[in-house]
Design a protein around this ligand. Structure first.
Ligand SMILES: [Zn+2]
Length: 160
């Protein structure tokens, strides 16, 4: 079988496994080009709104359009600190590693850039109102050897 054909077969298999054994996550993706708030004016000296209490932009002036990206990933929760420390390092109990398709890499990089969080259900189901949040750890997006999936290390953010 030609290498290309074999790779597309593997990718299809991986995709099936993510849906079968994985769970949904929601990623808030911020647009790279912000638009200026139309309800206040810009203070070019302090690089914020002249109105710190503007209810449309929160006093920041620049508004980033947000879209929510939803996809299935395989999740490995870090449950046993001692064992995992050797394998992964830096991760603590409650953190996790997501296995996602490589095409989604830019979504995870976007969350690092804008310091946004990812919604996930810690009980392994799909997104629910009780879902928790995780944050991608910078420098912790690793491409697998076949260049078809990425492993994304995330730390758990506990909601109050
Ligand atoms: Zn404003």
């Amino acid at each position: 079988m030609a290498l290309e054909k074999r790779l597309s077969h593997i990718k299809r298999k991986e995709s099936e496994n993510r849906i079968k054994f994985g769970q949904q996550i929601n990623i808030s993706v911020l647009a790279d080009n912000p638009t200026g708030c139309s309800h206040c004016s810009y203070d070019s000296q302090y690089k914020v709104s002249r109105d710190p209490n503007c209810s449309y932009c929160g006093g920041k002036y620049w508004i980033y359009a947000t879209t929510v990206h939803n996809e299935y990933v395989k999740v490995r929760w870090i449950a046993e600190a001692v064992e995992e420390e050797i394998v992964i390092g830096n991760l603590q109990v409650g953190d996790c590693v997501l296995i996602a398709r490589i095409e989604s890499r830019s979504f995870f990089e976007n969350t690092i850039k804008y310091e946004t969080r990812i919604d996930i259900d810690p009980l392994g189901g799909d997104i629910t109102p009780i879902s928790d949040s995780i944050e991608v750890i910078p420098q912790k997006i690793v491409i697998d050897t076949l260049k078809s999936e990425i492993a994304v290390s995330c730390s758990r953010v506990y909601k109050d």
